[in-house]
Ligand binder design. Structure first.
Ligand SMILES: [Zn+2]
Length: 122
């Protein structure tokens, strides 16, 4: 089994409901995102999936989130938690890259240096 991990980041604003009162106020984060892809088989050149392909897809996904008020995006159902951000990124990436050889194994969304939500699809 091989696992490839790509890191990226974006800045955005959000407001959360039903959590600590501080987070109900409009605020922002510089989210750090880690995306991992797993697979069993390498191609004839010894590559699972070109990092450039993963980065290009991630860049397109992040472009939709960067410098946005995430509460305005219907996919977050009014509460754009780091958990839902990692799910959204994983679901979009799955549609773009998954085939019988590779799958998205995890997406982590770090909202600060010491707080991270990780989603494990499947
Ligand atoms: Zn927050």
């Amino acid at each position: 089994m091989f696992e490839l991990t790509v890191k990226t980041h974006f800045a955005a604003a959000h407001q959360l409901t039903m959590v600590s009162q501080k987070c109900e106020n409009l605020h922002g984060h510089n989210w750090k995102i880690e995306v991992s892809i797993t697979g069993e088989k390498l191609d004839s050149k010894g590559i699972l999936l070109d990092f450039g392909v993963i980065k290009a897809h991630i860049k397109n996904i992040i472009k939709d989130l960067d410098h946005k008020h995430l509460n305005d995006m219907p996919c977050f159902e009014g509460n754009p938690s780091s958990e839902r951000i990692s799910v959204e990124i994983a679901n979009r990436l799955k549609e773009l890259i998954e085939d019988k050889n590779v799958r998205v194994s995890r997406v982590s969304a770090w909202e600060s240096d010491n707080a991270c939500a990780t989603y494990f699809p499947d």
